[in-house]
Design a protein around this ligand. Structure first.
Ligand code: GLN
Ligand code: ZN
Length: 770
């Protein structure tokens, strides 16, 4: 048993998943929100999870465990709440009932005539976790409110765990917030720091030796003002009574922020050596004497076992510089982004199982490294096992398929190129499709009613036979086709009733993908995802969507739009291989999907939509890396789309705003038609397209599907007129935003009927104008 005494290497952890291996926290939260359990019962579950997770980490070999990494919803919201950054609209409630106020900030509140909208949610750096964006304003005041970090530290201490409280650092906290009045949020730093100082003092009084202060914004592009803020913040905290500070950076290398990070007056620095492996030398050089160095050696963002031999070399090297006493071993970042425990997975193929590592296993890997560094006898055997596992992965025919490599090698520039340019394709497509002006369509899914979800669940559990399930899907699809014909939609879809999730559906049919039973990762609040694991070269053994598209087309004389998820989105929403570049894996997926596209075409489908909602979120954290990413992302889309004849119309769909940064790439994708989400921003999002003079066709969403209210025809007509004012009439398609699957049939009917009427109105207007 090693402790933090002299000449031992300390294993620490930056954060642990909170949701529970079986999503216990999710269940408790949702039950509490529904009023089925009390808040006291919710707190019991939370306490139980914290305790269980501390014990698990200790058993796995951590010397120091994190505390205050737990959250009932989100750690950024916790921080805002802790420092009283509560928007006025919630204040009365938060004062009266803090927990109700906290959840209202997270989820909004509609009750007894009050209608409070929630804080905005956005992605936590480039992970698939979403945090709540604190709202600040120029007159913002802060104060310490509640004592969560202290209470959780004491809770751990009472249980016998040496915990290191985790705090989001003051500068990152401000940078991740938004100032609702357009003021500069860093101007608030001076007011915020006393609250941090007070908290640090309380943690010291409670007995905390160290505090982990996270400043992940240090891996982003930071300007001189940001640098000044870090300097001011840590200078102000330098001499207050406090525990020692470990400044934690993760999700990338410090690069041009390194000199700043090592100059701050703190006692320790954590660096990410998975994403920023090449920074070790520079860090060692810049690190002041006697400062603790925490090495992020094991990937906290992915599910693979580490190359421990390589990690050991780095750790030994660092130990030679800083000394064993000042060296800590850690995951690259919080383990929030991986599932809890691989030993819960019973049905993964054995060799795949032996290549994987979830949160528990990652700490065990760090223990092995620490033991090896200290020359403990058990370590040798463990390293050998790790090495064998890596070798089996390297050699496995489950992973490496020569035919995929050959196909990739044979790709040429022409493989990512439609034969004709857009204008020529447009004429051919007009001839083939004979669509009216302002053609109407939808984004693909139709209401996934309880009935649809129940049928799928029953089929999965074996209580509904495949034949009966098939017949059910056929009937739903036919209803959907008739419905669209009825209300006069021009380009139909089959409705996606057979699909569970837009990535899982494809992953399950592609080779090289595996699915866990309990590999849950928190997306936001109580929401979890179970990302597929891409472990091997990707192939498509057989067509995946042709059957339902073809069937739907057979029911109607109108064009039926085929529907697939694009390669970048599949990649982005999965755990990906770490033994080859992401771009390479993406290209493999693109080739598999390309076959699907050409098969759809051969089956008589003349319009094919390739959804890429995740292209923008794949943007690297540093601007200097954007171009390389966008180049391969666009290329992957084009490989997928370019196997068809010019008369076949390729659509794509992206469900967001903010195209300004990536407009050139969007245009380079060269889809014949793109649908985007615009109804919420009342067409402002079109600006980027207009400014760029986007040449191809655009369907700006005219119905905000994420809101339960059904807009009337006039509202949609107004939106279309706005679009018409800035685009050529022949560029404009008429469609809702994506996500009809979340709505009910009556709303869908009402909204789409009004949408078709608005399109017809536009046609009349155009006729008169001509
Ligand atoms: N075709 C999908 C749908 O309509 C697209 C979903 C998405 O872009 N997120 O549901
Ligand atoms: Zn979408």
């Amino acid at each position: 048993m090693s402790t933090t005494t002299s000449n031992t290497i300390t294993v620490t952890n930056l954060g642990f998943p909170r949701i529970g291996a079986k999503r216990e926290l999710k269940r408790a939260l949702e039950a509490c929100w529904r009023g089925e359990i009390s808040t006291a019962q919710l707190q019991d579950t939370a306490r139980d999870l914290r305790q269980r997770h501390w014990r698990l980490q200790k058993e796995a070999g951590a010397d120091v465990v994190p505390s205050n990494d737990f959250s009932l919803y989100d750690h950024v919201l916790d921080t805002a709440f802790l420092f009283d950054a509560i928007p006025d609209r919630y204040r009365a409630l938060a004062d009266r009932d803090p927990l109700a106020g906290y959840f209202a900030l997270a989820r909004g509140l509609q009750k007894d005539g009050v209608d409070l909208h929630a804080l905005e949610m956005t992605k936590w750096f480039d992970t698939n976790y979403h945090y709540l964006v604190p709202e600040l304003h120029r007159d913002q005041r802060f104060r310490l409110r509640g004592d969560k970090p202290v209470a959780e530290f004491l809770e751990a201490k009472a249980l016998g765990f040496a915990a290191r409280p985790v705090l989001l650092g003051p500068v990152s906290f401000l940078l991740l917030s938004k100032a609702v009045d357009g003021s500069d949020r860093l101007d608030l730093l001076d007011r915020l720091l006393p609250a941090y100082a007070e908290l640090l003092g309380k943690l010291k009084d409670a007995g905390a030796e160290w505090v982990q202060i996270d400043e992940p914004c240090l891996v982003l592009d930071q300007d001189a003002d940001d640098h000044a803020a870090y300097r001011a913040a840590y200078a102000a905290l330098e001499n207050v009574p406090r525990p020692k500070l470990l400044l934690a950076t993760y999700f990338g290398a410090l690069n041009d922020n390194l000199a700043l990070a090592t100059s701050l007056p703190v006692e320790g620095l954590h660096v990410d050596l998975v994403r920023g492996k090449e920074q070790l030398d520079a860090v060692l050089k810049a690190l002041p004497k006697r400062r603790v160095l925490s090495l992020g050696l094991v990937d906290g963002r992915n599910v693979w076992r580490s190359n421990l031999d390589n990690a050991l070399i780095l750790a030994k090297y660092a130990s030679g510089h800083v000394g064993a006493n000042n060296l800590w071993l850690a995951p690259s970042c919080s383990l929030l982004h991986v599932p809890v425990d691989l030993s819960n997975e019973k049905s993964l193929p054995g060799d795949l199982h032996s290549w994987l590592s979830f949160a528990r296993q990652k700490i065990e890997e760090l223990r092995t490294l620490a033991d090896a560094l200290q020359g403990l006898p058990n370590a040798e055997a463990e390293l050998t096992v790790a090495c064998d596992r890596l070798e089996s992965r390297r050699q496995s025919s489950r992973v490496h398929k020569p035919e995929v490599a050959a196909r990739l090698a044979a790709l040429t520039e022409a493989s990512a190129q439609r034969s004709a340019g857009y204008q020529a394709r447009r004429s051919l497509q007009q001839l083939a499709l004979k669509l009216p002006a302002y053609p109407t369509t939808t984004i693909g899914s139709f209401p996934q009613t309880l009935e649809v979800r129940e049928a799928r669940a029953k089929n999965k559990s074996g209580t509904l036979s495949d034949a009966d399930y098939d017949a059910f899907l056929a009937a739903e699809t036919e209803k959907c086709v008739r419905f669209q014909e009825d209300i006069g939609i021009d380009v139909l879809v089959h409705g996606e009733f057979e699909r569970n999730d837009m990535v899982e559906y494809f992953g399950e049919q592609l080779e090289g993908f595996a699915f866990t039973k309990l590999g849950w990762v928190q997306s936001y609040g109580s929401r979890c995802v179970k990302p597929p694991i891409i472990y091997g070269d990707v192939t498509r053994p057989r067509p995946m969507t042709v059957r339902w598209s073809q069937y739907a087309q057979s029911l109607t004389g109108k064009p039926m739009k085929g529907m697939l998820t694009g390669p970048v989105t599949v990649l982005q929403w999965s755990f990906v291989r770490d033994d080859q570049a992401r771009s390479q894996t993406c290209r493999q997926i693109a080739l598999a999907l390309r076959d699907e596209v050409t098969d759809l075409e051969a089956a008589g489908i003349g319009v094919i939509q390739i959804d890429e909602p995740a292209i923008r979120e794949g943007l690297p954290l540093r601007r200097s890396d954007w171009k390389a990413y966008l180049d391969w992302a666009v290329e992957a889309f084009r490989i997928t789309a370019s196997g068809v004849a010019d008369a076949t119309q390729i659509h794509t769909h992206m469900c967001y705003s903010e195209f300004n940064d990536i407009m050139e790439a969007v245009a380079a994708m060269d889809a014949d038609v793109i649908s985007i989400e615009t109804s919420r921003s009342r067409m402002e999002l079109l600006e980027a397209f207009v400014k760029f003079r986007y040449p191809n066709e655009i369907g700006p969403g005219v119905y905000d599907i994420h809101s339960p209210r059904v807009p009337d025809g006039q509202e949609m007509l107004d939106l279309l007129k706005k679009a018409r004012a800035v685009l050529a009439p022949e560029q404009i398609w008429v469609n809702p935003d994506c996500g009809l699957k979340t709505r009910s049939w009556p709303e869908t009917r009402a909204a789409l009927t009004a949408m078709v009427a608005a399109a017809k109105e536009m046609r009349v207007g155009e006729y008169v104008a001509a």
